[in-house]
Design a binder for this molecule. Sequence first.
Ligand code: NAD
Length: 317
Amino acid sequence: MRAAFPDSNFLEAQLDPDTAVLAKGYDVVCTFVNDSCNAETIRILGKSGVKLLALRCAGYDSVDLEAAAEAGIKVVRVPRYSPESVAEYAVALLLALNRHMCHTFNRVRDGNYTLSGLIGFEIHGKTAGVVGTGGIGKALARILLGFGCKVLAHDIYPDKELQSLGVTYLPLEEMLPQCDIISLHCPLNKATHHMMNKERIALLKRGVTIINTSRGGLVETDAMVDALESGHVGHLGMDCYEGEGQLFYHDWTSMSTPTRLKAWDSHFQRLRNLPNVIITPHTAFLTEEALHNIAATTINNIREWADGKPLTNQVLH
Ligand code: NAD
């Protein structure tokens, strides 16, 4: 970024209403998934003279687009920078859960080479449901077909190529009860917020494995924790969490106990302690290929704006 824009400056601070003033004097602010671009942040950015918000991510749920439009700030993003990175990670979470990989790894480190409690299940022959078959969901559906799964899908725009490969699209309520494995890949917006709520979780097959590498807000956390504790949901692999903004990408071990307790999230701690849950801190995207594509597209997004060209990746309100 520095090489492309020598006047740019990297600030460690997470963007929020308290830190937005640091953008004073800059035309462009470049953010990531953990930055909070709510209405208040945007208002301060607008007053500070910022004209472009360049997201280094695909999802734009962290941005109040109405506030951005009002402040005259354009928003650009990096769509589909590496669908395979996230799809492969969803498979990694699935394989870690169905074969108890983390428990086995920890046992061996402790010198325990027993087998009890480690019985897994095959993915081959299972019914997998993919919610959202855009770039990532489509890549995952192909991988799951390769595993020998029956693949069901739900999307507001069914993908013809996947259909020709044998993927069956169904309304969500019809798909959920049939699945042994469900993976979420649609964006977080008003229509998808808490799409996996108490009512829909009640429809799930007992023992189902859920993978969420999309956005935490797709899942109603309390209802999911209850379902995991009761065994109704067998396993959960999650790379995102509703309240991840203040948690992920920070080292909590270096904080004092009172500081940690001030921001203690008991819902997250309930999840973290469950033996049938794997949580990773929004790392599904983190490959060399994805980072390269994110950087290249972001530089191009900013150049287009600077040159007054049409913005290929503009997010419109
Ligand atoms: P995409 O835009 O290519 O695909 C999203 C799909 O969701 C589209 O096919 C769309 O039609 C579908 N969709 C939209 N609304 C829907 C609804 N109400 N019900 C069902 N389907 C709906 O996006 P993508 O590149 O596949 O990314 C999907 C999501 O993954 C992103 O929005 C982002 O939140 C998340 N993501 C996470 C990471 C990570 O590191 N964990 C990285 C990249 C993206």
